[in-house]
Design a protein around this ligand. Structure first.
Ligand code: SF4
Ligand code: SF4
Ligand code: SF4
Length: 236
């Protein structure tokens, strides 16, 4: 019984904890690490294969800014929009196209938000174009969740590709689920959680919002014991 109460408490507080950690990394970036911030991303990158992309949900300053803008919009009761599924499944491929172009050295270097925030901004190298584009994405976050992360970020695409083999992830207990779709509606990366038992979607940023909002507490972050599960099964 005591254990149940404890888990429930953690579920409720986990988003507060996430905001605190995001703020620590943001202030660390601004006040202390500045251009030396990149090694943190490198160490976290090593964990992606095992744990998924915690960097995007808990550390990346541009991801945090989009989250906080969305919180402000909700506080101001601005209308929020979710991209319909029929468009989402194609649009979410866009960042992989940008990544491919970027990898070939053709274009889109200015869309590397992580580099801009971890280095260019504080090294005085932020170009006007990059600043305006990223500013527009912050404005767009007033109306849709994480627009840059969802459709444009080449770094997020790169991390996501490594995360599809993750061993720990988001698991849904089908027996307890009441199919209320709250998890789907609240997922900032528009992942269809309610259709899956275990999420290995490359867009998952491990924000654990789905864990916090599920009214039946049937979503958890845990080891996937089903070795037969494939990444394809979890990508919709
Ligand atoms: S997808 Fe890109 S911008 Fe978004 S949190 Fe991840 S690295 Fe940062
Ligand atoms: S929020 Fe929980 S109960 Fe509702 S659909 Fe998602 S998993 Fe099922
Ligand atoms: S599936 Fe859950 S943890 Fe992953 S991005 Fe969506 S809400 Fe966050």
């Amino acid at each position: 019984m005591k254990m149940k109460i404890k888990i429930q408490f953690i579920r409720k507080q986990i988003q507060i904890l996430r905001v605190i950690i995001q703020a620590i990394f943001m202030s660390g970036l601004i006040l202390a690490f500045m251009p030396q911030y990149n090694p943190i991303g490198k160490y976290l990158f090593l964990t992606i294969l095992l744990l998924g992309v915690f960097f995007c949900g808990w550390v990346c300053p541009f991801g945090s800014l989009q989250d906080w803008t969305a919180k402000l919009a909700r506080f101001l009761k601005l209308p929020r929009y979710q991209v319909p599924d029929k468009f989402q499944k194609y649009l979410q491929l866009a960042r992989y196209a940008f990544y491919a172009f970027g990898t070939l050295g053709i274009a889109f270097a200015f869309l590397n938000a992580r580099k801009i925030f971890n280095h260019d901004l504080f090294a005085g190298k932020l170009t006007l174009t990059a600043g305006i584009i990223l500013g527009l994405f912050i404005l767009a976050s007033l109306f849709i969740d994480r627009p840059f992360c969802n459709y444009f970020c080449t770094k997020g695409a790169y991390y996501g590709l490594f995360s599809v083999l993750r061993i720990f992830g988001i698991a849904r207990d089908e027996n307890k689920c009441i199919h209320c779709h709250l998890c789907d509606k609240k997922c900032p990366m528009n992942i269809k959680i309610e259709k899956n038992k275990f999420i290995r979607h490359p867009n998952c940023i491990n924000c654990l919002t789905c864990v916090s909002v599920c009214p039946k507490k049937c979503i958890s972050y845990k080891l996937n014991r089903n070795t037969q599960a494939t990444a394809e099964k979890t990508i919709h």
